[in-house]
Design a binder for this molecule. Structure first.
Ligand SMILES: *[C@@H]1O[C@H](CO)[C@@H](O)[C@H](O)[C@H]1NC(C)=O
Ligand SMILES: *[C@@H]1O[C@H](CO)[C@@H](O)[C@H](O)[C@H]1NC(C)=O
Length: 190
């Protein structure tokens, strides 16, 4: 018997099997892209860039996601700025109620996976960011499956980890106006 007393050959094999099983399970929990869509050039007057919105580029491929990262008590996300008013950069009316919403209200859109087919519509979520904690209502989907069309104001599909918030949310978090648009946050159901 040459193999070491601490890791005899048999247990080394077991260890390798155990580690690869753990890797596979971890992998299954990750949210992987579900497909890709090809970007189309926005027609003139489409894709309002007033708030630094991204516009689709002709021929560029964009990843789509049916899922979002798994939830925890403090789910990590990226906060972006959206207008929910008519003529804003949010595209059509909100998905939950087919209505526009006043940007003075604390409202958000969630990436497709977290939006959960409308399962969170009009529920409140707690957003932690910039050292503060704010409650906001879910009214819309940030579509991770579709984009680059008139319904989405010719913006690319949403990443899978977005909380897209009205200016009222940014104000309540105390973020200086010049820095609105991108912030690492955590959120949970309120
Ligand atoms: C840009 O954001 C501000 C603050 O939310 C909002 O008042 C304005 O309507 C937005 N513009 C567009 C085109 O969405
Ligand atoms: C949104 O609400 C504010 C405050 O209540 C109000 O002053 C404003 O006129 C409203 N805007 C729209 C577009 O309804």
């Amino acid at each position: 018997m040459k193999s070491s007393a601490i890791f005899p050959r048999g247990s080394t094999v077991l260890l390798v099997i155990l580690l690869s099983t753990i890797c596979l399970v971890t992998e299954a929990q990750q949210c992987r892209p579900s497909g890709r869509i090809r970007g189309r050039q926005p027609p003139p007057g489409q894709c309002n860039q007033e708030n630094d919105s991204d516009c689709c580029v002709e021929g560029k491929m964009y990843l789509t996601y049916r899922c979002s990262p798994p939830l925890s008590r403090h789910t990590k996300a990226y906060l972006t700025l959206n207008s929910f008013e008519a003529g804003g950069d949010g595209g059509g009316p909100s998905e939950c109620d087919n209505k526009y919403h006043n940007d003075s209200n604390r409202v958000v859109a969630l990436s497709t996976g977290w939006y959960n087919n409308g399962g969170r519509c009009h529920n409140h979520i707690r957003i932690n960011g910039n050292g503060r904690s704010v409650v906001a209502m879910v009214v819309d989907e940030c579509d991770s499956m579709e984009g680059c069309d008139v319904d989405h104001d010719y913006q690319p599909p949403c990443p899978n980890n977005i909380v897209d918030a009205s200016k009222a949310v940014w104000e309540a978090l105390g973020v200086p106006r010049g820095q609105w648009g991108g912030l690492d946050i955590t959120w949970s159901d309120a």
